[in-house]
Design a protein around this ligand. Structure first.
Ligand SMILES: Nc1ncnc2c1ncn2[C@@H]1O[C@H](COP(=O)(O)OP(=O)(O)OP(=O)(O)O)[C@@H](O)[C@H]1O
Ligand SMILES: [Mg+2]
Length: 256
């Protein structure tokens, strides 16, 4: 798949990255015997994982299945702004062995060095994987996701390889700019935009539970605003501006 993509020129990375991948593909293959036997990668997680996320039962289920899977499994959450992608990753960060590698910010040297430096990492969380800053890490993710091969270029120009059978959970607004070989390695879960009634429920819940807004006021803002937008962030902003004033909240929710 990867070779086919490279041959077809269907590669989003720049020339240097492309060369690195080819170089890696050409380098000595790792003998199957040197890989750990049956990995047993099922990961325990807290009972209340994802409880703070309203609805979205399907995506929650897929994430739990990926955690429980005895082999490597990878989930890519795709959705519009405000569709709870980052919230999913934040929840997953509570699982032992989960590390957030904000796209492009892993380390200057990228995801390979990050995994070399964190042997305890069992779950790699990559938010905003579709942003340009993540591009350089995408090549490295290919062998990591398929067999857990982490390579590091040594001072003498040779590659050092270790195995880190991590599970990758990533988030993106769109899959458009992601290379086909990378997408092929993920179970892609689309987070649909909220319907007005779903927005109303989520807004009410977030305002009450997280923003500490009094229940009646939270319901008013949610009811008014959800007719016009599904943005949960907007609801939070309205509540903050209104600062407890119901008249102001109603006026803002009907206009902003
Ligand atoms: N289903 C939900 N349950 C609880 N809170 C939610 C839900 N959906 C969205 N939110 C809240 O809405 C806000 C935006 O969510 P989040 O940051 O996860 O969005 P995102 O999908 O990562 O968006 P972006 O693409 O802009 O990064 C957060 O405050 C989050 O807590
Ligand atoms: Mg986000």
């Amino acid at each position: 798949m990867l070779e086919a993509a490279l041959a077809a020129g269907d590669w989003a990375g720049d020339e240097r990255e492309r060369e690195e991948v080819i170089e890696f593909l050409d380098s000595e293959p790792v003998a199957a015997e040197s890989l750990p036997a049956k990995p047993g990668l099922a990961i325990a997680y807290p009972d209340d994982l994802f409880d703070i996320i309203a609805g979205l039962q399907g995506p929650k289920r897929v994430c739990r299945l990926a955690l429980e899977a005895p082999e490597q499994a990878h989930v890519l959450l795709v959705g519009d702004p405000g569709s709870a992608k980052s919230l999913f990753l934040l929840e997953l960060e509570r699982v032992r062995g989960a590390l957030m590698a904000i796209a492009g910010n892993t380390t200057r040297a990228g995801v390979n060095d990050f995994l070399f430096d964190h042997p305890e990492c069992r779950i790699l969380l990559v938010d905003e994987i579709d942003k340009p800053s993540a591009r350089r890490d995408l090549n490295a993710l290919l062998p990591i996701m398929e067999g857990g091969l982490v390579t590091q270029l040594q001072g003498d120009g040779r590659f050092r390889t270790v195995t880190r059978r991590v599970k990758v959970f990533a988030a993106a607004n769109s899959i458009r700019r992601l290379p086909a070989p990378l997408l092929d390695r993920f179970v892609v879960v689309r987070l649909k935009s909220y319907s007005p009634s779903e927005s109303r429920e989520v807004m009410g819940r977030v305002l009450e539970a997280r923003e500490g807004v009094e229940p009646k006021l939270a319901a008013t803002i949610a009811r008014t605003l959800s007719r016009r937008t599904s943005s949960i962030r907007r609801a939070v902003q309205v509540a903050r501006l209104a600062n407890g004033d119901p008249e102001l909240a109603r006026a803002l929710a009907a206009r902003v």
